[in-house]
Design a binder for this molecule. Structure first.
Ligand code: KG4
Ligand code: ZN
Length: 334
């Protein structure tokens, strides 16, 4: 009782603030999306993202406090994303967090963005027991991570080129669907026949690493060839074939790793974890080998501050504190 963390996330194109009670209860989770601003450019423009964060951070935090029905004096600590991400965007959150922590003389902690995604699973599920395996699939990262304890994790596989979400976004753009591409591909794929197009899968035998650039090139080549020949492409079926390719590899590698590590429970995290086709395929495959899949609620899969508050809670519990030298770091290792 009496533990109220104000969390802030500004690593990419969402300005978000949340109030978390006792590390797990989401009292508020305000997300101001910049998507409509970046849409006209077909992707996130870093300078615009940074300026938009500056314009909205104060109002977003005020609303988070208001929705949580608390005031500044109730807040006992601040958690903020310190990286990785767009450095100008990160700096807005970090500077704001440092300012309020200093002014109110309360503890401050910096959180790794990917750790935040993983901890979206611990919100409302504090009873999760280690060891765990987590498949992290976001716009910037694709990792298989062995979670040994709070703050103790080991990356056992990573993408060697594009992240899964990045591949979704690039293919959506090539298909003329728009940004962000993940949800748009998922939607159009439902009307397609994945068997209509034959696409490659990068298995990278004897490794838990991933590669999606070959698949991306295969789709782009197919689109170019069709254009040159004046042939019609069945976009829904191509999207379905692409999605099958991505999900086949994600599911097989996660199941292999789960079997090898003998973890009873597997977690899914990151923006692509909002994909229902992936959620269902992975859940079924893991169930088939006697393992359980835990997924965050849809709204906690993509970027949000609540997940940062939960990850920050465990770091604060261990006595971790950030000083006035806390900085945003574009490339922050996990
Ligand atoms: O975690 P996130 O919000 O931001 C990063 O940390 O990158 O992830 C954003 C990514 C984007 O690439 C977006 O296209 C993808 O997650 N995404 C999805 C879905 N929803 C978001 N990909 C596939 N299916 C979805 N339903
Ligand atoms: Zn993210």
């Amino acid at each position: 009782e009496g533990n109220l963390i104000l969390a802030i996330e500004t690593s990419c194109d969402e300005t978000s603030a949340a109030v978390i009670a006792e590390g797990h209860k989401v009292l508020s989770n305000v997300i101001a999306s910049q998507i409509t601003t970046h849409q006209i450019f077909g992707g996130v423009v870093p300078e615009i993202a940074s300026r938009k964060h500056m314009e909205s951070i104060t109002a977003v935090v005020d609303r988070a406090l208001q929705e949580a029905q608390c005031t500044w004096s109730d807040i006992t600590a601040i958690a903020v994303t310190k990286g990785p991400g767009l450095v100008g965007a990160l700096l807005v959150g970090v500077a704001y967090a440092k300012g309020v922590a200093m002014a109110r003389e309360i503890p401050l902690v910096g959180v790794h963005h990917i750790e935040g995604h993983i901890y979206a699973n611990f919100l409302q599920k504090p009873q999760l027991e280690f060891p765990l395996l987590c498949l992290v699939v976001s716009g910037g990262h694709t990792h298989l991570i062995h979670l040994i304890d709070h703050g103790k994790m080991k990356i056992i596989g990573s993408t060697r080129d594009d992240a899964a979400g990045e591949a979704y976004d690039k293919i959506a753009r090539a298909l003329g669907l728009g940004y962000p591409g993940g949800p748009l591909i998922e939607k159009i794929a439902q009307e397609g026949d994945p068997a209509r197009y034959d696409l490659p899968r990068a298995w990278l035998k004897d490794s838990y690493d991933f590669s999606f650039s070959g698949l991306k090139s295969a789709v782009l080549n197919m689109l170019n060839r069709a254009k040159l020949k004046g042939e019609e492409i069945d976009k829904a079926s191509l999207a379905a074939a692409f999605q099958n390719s991505v999900v086949d590899v994600l599911v097989e590698k996660t199941c292999d790793a789960a079997k090898e590590l003998q973890v009873p429970t597997v977690l899914l995290a990151g923006g692509v974890a909002a994909n229902n086709y992936l959620r269902q395929r992975l859940q079924k495959a893991l169930q088939g080998q006697g393992q359980e899949l835990i997924v965050p609620p849809l709204e906690l899969c993509t970027d949000n501050a609540a997940m940062i508050g939960c990850a920050g809670y465990y770091r604060l519990q261990k006595g971790e504190r950030a000083g006035s030298d806390l900085n945003g770091q574009a490339n922050l290792p996990l």
